[in-house]
Design a protein around this ligand. Structure first.
Ligand code: CA
Length: 317
């Protein structure tokens, strides 16, 4: 008990006195402000005449998206959103233009969404149509089941066709679909024609996704890549239409390794190897539990940015 009191006093002292002023910066991406050589909108694959018709249109902050598939052979996303990295005129990513996810908070601010149409009829058992708000990050390490990529998708599904609802409930009792480099969370079931505004803290979802597909949470070298709203369709005769307004994301990125490590330990505090919030980075002495011993090691070194950086990079179990 005394140990617990001590640790909380220690944390309070550190939080109040070590970081008296904000050592972070806010970055906001707004859909109407950005343009890149690849554009802020992607359609994949490009629409096919006579089979699939897709468009997006912007009017100020309002974006209209439409997807129609007569034959049920479209498989992919119609996505509208924005990038967190930059390309040159040849489509080559510019070095140093990514935003690191160090202790990131990714907040989707007050986006208003209206689904105007959503119909999906499949030739198979599961006509798939869904709408999602998506944040894409580069995890910084390869995915476990897809080691050729470190790109990870966190998708909050706010509407699904009945096939997808069945898929959720049959295979994933907690409403999560897991793929090799993505997690989809059943987030809402928006009523057609009803306008709804969402403000979302994506951080817990991103953290959970990264733990699922890489075994680790948000590592120091993770970066944010894209934020968008997607219509996803697969093997369905589909007609879908939605609009959204004022879609922006703010990412708060702390600037010191020490603050990042502090937060990393606090998020994992009390965890053991099997805990949901387990993070090997936070287990500084590598004894399989995150407790006062680890926090004491941090407290002795919190002013040493080099030590904190090395510790954040040590994600061996
Ligand atoms: Ca430990």
């Amino acid at each position: 008990m005394r140990a617990k009191i001590l640790i909380f006093v220690l944390m309070a002292v550190l939080l109040v006195f070590v970081f008296p002023q904000a050592s972070y910066a806010n970055y906001t991406r707004n859909i109407t402000l950005l343009a890149t050589p690849r554009g802020d909108v992607s359609i994949y694959p490009p629409h096919t005449i006579n089979a699939t018709y897709a468009y997006y249109r912007f009017s100020g902050n309002l974006c209209n998206m439409f997807l129609k598939d007569h034959l049920g052979n479209f498989c992919g996303n119609l996505a509208a959103g924005y990038w967190w990295k930059w390309w040159d005129d040849n489509g080559v990513e510019q070095p140093g233009t990514r935003y690191p996810m160090e202790n990131l908070s990714a907040l989707v601010n007050n986006v208003t969404i209206t689904i105007l149409e959503a119909s999906a009829h499949g030739n198979n058992n599961y006509p798939l149509l869904r709408y999602a708000i998506v944040v894409v990050v580069d995890a910084g390490i390869p995915c476990l089941k897809q080691p050729d990529t470190s790109i990870v998708y966190t998708e909050l599904d706010f509407w699904d066709s009945s096939g997808f609802v069945n898929w959720y409930s049959h295979s994933t009792p907690r409403g999560v679909i897991k793929a090799s480099n993505e997690c989809e969370y059943k987030f809402d079931n928006l009523t057609l024609g009803r306008q709804k505004t969402y403000s979302i803290n994506f951080l817990p979802y991103i953290d959970k996704t990264l733990k699922t597909v890489t075994n680790y949470g948000i590592l120091m070298n993770a970066t944010i890549l894209e934020t968008y709203i997607a219509i996803e369709s697969m093997n369905s005769v589909t007609q879908s239409k939605l609009n959204f307004n004022n879609f922006s994301t703010t990412a708060t990125i702390f600037s010191s390794y020490s603050k990042h490590l502090n937060s990393t330990i606090l998020r994992a505090y009390g965890a053991t190897l099997t805990s949901a919030n387990w993070n090997p980075v936070a287990d500084i002495n590598k004894d399989g539990r995150v407790n006062m011993t680890d926090y004491s090691l941090y407290a002795r070194n919190y002013q040493n940015e080099t030590w904190c950086k090395l510790t954040l990079n040590n994600y061996s179990p």
